[in-house]
Design a protein. Structure first.
Length: 551
């Protein structure tokens, strides 16, 4: 309670209950009455605000649980009935996790439109309905040749709907199934899309879900940006996304979206999405893709996309630079606006020089390390090990032949890592490549340990390397791969022990079995954590981030 105001006595409590009852009977916050008028000054405090918030929430739940009229339609019956209000439904155009879109005709105006409804409106949450109407309000005032315009919105027979321009053509997602665009066509296409997105930003709207399925292409090949269900309207102050909520589609969302930093999502987040679409237009695949949405989010946050010219050498370097500038992790390193991106795309299409400055060497090295983390981590580890061996050779006399053998093995190991990374880059049989890579690591490490024992060097402390490799296998997020690495490590250790029975000196006979059990425990712990991650990934995928579709 507010310390400046005395707590109500029993009579005051009774009076408060009566006022709260009147508040509920009046429809809670929707009654139109002012709480300052309804509740006297002595009740105006933080506790009253919390009570009213709870009552408003309960009222929303009661509204959702209230049965619909018997005549209420559902999306599953609409096409059978062929009508909704003033509209005749022609056919279903598409559906996602939240909405269904139909081709419809207004009976009086004889106007063909796209009619969108919330799928299963009787079960739609208050937030879903709010977002639905926010989409209508966000798009209603937009007039641009590359943006679908909303004409009407409302509720009819229990279904919330909105009508918008009918685009007589496929989505970009459907078009991309035929293959990538030519560089010139990609630049021209994305220049138009970027102009439309810049127009949105000038109107104070951030789309937040720009992806191929939300770009429609008419019969003349002109793109139209659509679906403002996740738009953030700054001027209206209506974005109610909680911090930590992930909004968007993983393959095309920016790192700040992937982290759920809703306050940091600005127009530059849409620039990132435009770059992701340009990448797919050029290469035929999104820049970040994995076997699940959470893995994809990690890729967005932690890795760099494969260079487009490594996928197709016919992609011009200037267009690759434009694309990669959009995909910078830091918003400040991207294009300053979608308009600036469009300007450079137009310059490229016109054969003029683009405005991008070259990036410094440090930034390019950092990007390279993120682009191929498996190769980078192997090379860094091998370089560190080789450096330690070399320093030891400089400080202490060593046998030249043994030193050259060790350094040569390091070199061959590093070269084979590059070969396996190239294999992974091709996209062919990637799982086989990973199994080969982990097996190669165990073989080379065991060979080095065997040579060390032959030369009389103690290796007991180096056995921890097997545990490190088992943990490293967990970074591939594959349980079977972890157990593969664990089995190879335990088997290799026993082979090494069989070749050198006295390698542990006078240690008890059961010590090797303890070592093997410890390695197996490491494998079990890592695989269990990955298994938990996979379960979370499946749940996350089913819920699909609350987006219309995971395309």
């Amino acid at each position: 309670m507010d310390p400046a105001k005395p707590e109500p006595d029993d009579a005051g409590q009774q009076r408060l209950f009566e006022l709260l009852h009147r508040y509920v009977e009046g429809g809670c916050g929707g009654s139109g009455g002012s709480t300052e008028v309804l509740f006297p000054e002595e009740f105006q405090n933080a506790e009253l605000s919390r009570l009213l918030d709870c009552l408003d929430g309960l009222n929303d739940l009661a509204h959702l649980a209230r049965p619909r009229p018997a005549s209420a339609a559902s999306d599953s019956s609409l096409l059978r009935r062929k009508t909704l209000g003033h509209f005749d439904l022609v056919k279903e155009l598409g559906r996602g996790a939240m909405g269904v879109v139909y081709q419809a005709r207004h009976r009086t105006l004889k106007l063909d439109v796209a009619l969108k409804t919330i799928r299963s409106s009787d079960l739609a949450s208050v937030d879903e309905v709010r977002r639905f109407y926010l989409e209508a309000r966000a798009a209603a005032g937009l007039i641009h040749p590359n943006i679908t315009r909303v004409h009407d919105a409302g509720e009819c027979e229990g279904l919330h709907y909105l009508t918008m321009d009918l685009i007589d053509g496929p989505s970009l997602a459907e078009t991309l199934k035929k293959g990538p665009f030519t560089p010139a066509a990609a630049a021209t296409f994305m220049e138009q899309v970027a102009r439309a997105v810049h127009y949105l930003h000038e109107k104070g709207i951030v789309h937040r879900d720009i992806k191929p399925s939300n770009i429609l292409i008419d019969s003349h090949g002109v793109p139209h940006v659509s679906d403002f269900g996740l738009a953030k309207v700054f001027s209206a102050g209506e974005d109610a996304t909680l911090s930590g909520t992930i909004i968007g589609t993983p393959n095309y969302m920016s790192p700040e979206q992937a982290e759920g930093q809703s306050a940091q999502v600005t127009s530059l987040s849409d620039v990132f999405s435009l770059g992701a679409i340009l990448y797919e237009l050029l290469t035929g695949r999104p820049p970040f893709r994995s076997d699940g949405p959470l893995n994809t989010l990690f890729a967005v946050l932690e890795t760099e996309p494969t260079l487009p010219r490594k996928i197709d050498r016919n992609i011009p370097p200037e267009l690759e630079r434009i694309c990669l500038r959009c995909l910078e992790k830091s918003p400040g390193l991207r294009y300053a606006s979608a308009g600036a991106l469009a300007d450079d795309l137009q310059r490229f299409a016109d054969g003029e020089p683009i405005t991008l400055p070259t990036t410094d060497l440090k930034h390019r090295v950092r990007q390279s390390l993120r682009r191929e983390p498996a190769l980078a981590s192997h090379w860094l580890a091998l370089a560190l090990a080789a450096g330690i061996v070399q320093v030891r050779a400089l400080l202490t006399p060593v046998d030249a032949a043994s030193h050259a053998t060790v350094m040569g093995l390091f070199g061959v190991w590093a070269a084979l890592c590059w070969v396996l990374q190239y294999w992974l880059r091709t996209g062919w049989a990637q799982d086989v490549a990973r199994y080969c890579w982990t097996a190669m690591d165990v073989v080379f490490y065991t060979v080095l340990l065997n040579l060390s024992v032959n030369w009389g060097w103690p290796v007991d402390m180096l056995l921890v390397g097997y545990a490190v490799m088992i943990s490293g296998a967990g970074l591939w997020f594959q349980v079977r791969l972890i157990w593969w690495m664990t089995s190879l490590s335990v088997a290799s250790y026993f082979v090494l022990r069989g070749l050198h029975p006295t390698m542990h000196g006078e240690a008890p006979a059961h010590f090797p079995f303890i070592t093997a059990a410890l390695l197996a425990s490491v494998g079990a712990n890592v695989s269990y954590q990955v298994h938990r991650f996979k379960r979370l990934d499946r749940i996350y995928q089913r819920r699909c981030l609350g987006t219309p579709e995971n395309n």
